[in-house]
Design a binder for this molecule. Structure first.
Ligand SMILES: [Fe+2]
Length: 371
């Protein structure tokens, strides 16, 4: 049995489990019982004058509650997955070609497509706009890999990496899970939780992918290492080698964050997608344990939890649309309230400090006009 304690919020361990609902002075629910304390949640509590809370001691195990993007349909993905992409999405053609190359296990072809993606991202002038067009609502190892490649490339560009590193990260994103295409389909496509034996098989995909990439002379060693190391955790609790910190290639640390983020955000056959803010809190709650701090800062600078155009519900039930993501705090974007058309900056507006985004709602039938 874990120990329950009243703790000053200054002493709270990130990752502790909250043991009671926490409300603001005006009665708004800030954090629900059972939630994991994250740095963002702590900052929010502090700003609202909360000084002590009830928590369960200890930290959360990292491996088992991390959704492994394991259940991939490698046979025939629904055709309309690609068609859902907006016509504005400049990478639409590359996504179609990349999907085919990966399904064919064609490493050279995948590399060519990745280079074309990197070139277009570098040319486009607005990587963030492309991210807005990137949809996570699709299934499959190939779509996951393509999403990861674009996200990794975007991080590299936004943080001023040289062109060759941008290209390597896009290729690494595309090929990081190539080993999964060699896993027994009965395990790979299993619906529901994997048992220990199956999980052990699934974990071999990192090393398997590395070996396949080593067989191809045209693949760089860094790209091979991204496949090999993308499940290594900063604190040494990952696999296959249990490497720590600087032992892990920096590019692999970026792929690791993006891989987990994409897997959690995507809607797959076996689960609904999670709220981007919750995913962001999950990722941020693993600052320095699972993920590298520097890579995390680069990720947060690039990937907004809520993107322009997202429809959301706030904790008081109000519906709103995101007008602009916030580079300083991804969870507090600029929004417009749909009932009154009032524009609110969740980051600076003090009367909204206690309100959080609790739901991403459907776009059907919603038209927003702003001045
Ligand atoms: Fe993986």
């Amino acid at each position: 049995m874990s120990e329950i304690r009243i703790v000053s919020i200054r002493k709270i361990k990130i990752g502790s489990v909250v043991q009671c609902d926490i409300y603001s002075k005006d009665g708004a629910l800030i954090l629900k019982k059972g939630n994991i304390m994250t740095q963002v949640a702590l900052a929010r509590l502090e700003s609202m004058g909360v000084t002590r809370v009830l928590v369960e001691a200890g930290t959360v195990e990292l491996v088992d509650d991390t959704p492994e993007p394991s259940h991939y349909d490698t046979t025939d993905l629904p055709k309309d997955n690609i068609d859902k992409y907006s016509e504005k999405f400049v990478l639409k053609k590359e996504f179609e070609q990349g999907k085919q190359a990966l399904l064919d296990k064609d490493i050279d072809g995948s590399q060519d497509v990745a280079k074309s993606i990197a070139g277009k991202l570098l040319d486009t002038g607005s990587v963030k706009r492309e991210l807005e067009e990137l949809k996570y609502g699709t299934e499959g190892v190939v779509t996951h890999s393509l999403n990861v490649s674009v996200l990794a490339g975007a991080i590299a560009i936004e943080n001023g990496f040289p062109k060759n590193v941008v290209e390597e990260l896009v290729i690494g994103g595309m090929l990081h899970d190539i080993g999964k295409l060699y896993i027994d389909p009965a395990v790979l496509n299993k619906k529901g939780r994997l048992d220990d034996r199956e999980y052990t098989i699934m974990k071999t995909h990192a090393e398997e992918g590395y070996k396949k990439l080593c067989d191809n002379k045209g693949v760089s060693q860094n790209v091979r290492l991204m496949a090999f190391q993308h499940h290594e955790n900063n604190d040494g609790t990952g696999y296959p080698k249990g490497l720590k910190g600087d032992q892990i290639l920096f590019e692999s640390r970026i792929i690791h964050i993006v891989d987990v983020y994409e897997a959690m955000t995507a809607k797959r056959c076996y689960k609904d997608s999670l709220l981007p803010g919750d995913v962001m809190e999950f990722v941020m709650g693993r600052y320095s344990t699972m993920f590298d701090v520097k890579a995390m800062d680069m990720f947060l600078k690039t990937i907004p939890a809520y993107k322009k155009g997202d429809l959301v519900r706030l904790s008081d039930g109000t519906r709103a649309q995101v007008l602009e993501s916030n580079p300083k705090n991804s969870l507090r974007p600029l929004i417009v309230l749909l009932d009154t058309m009032k524009v609110v900056d969740l980051y600076t507006d003090r009367s909204f400090l206690s309100k959080t985004v609790t739901e991403l709602i459907s776009k059907e039938g919603e038209v927003v006009k702003t001045q």
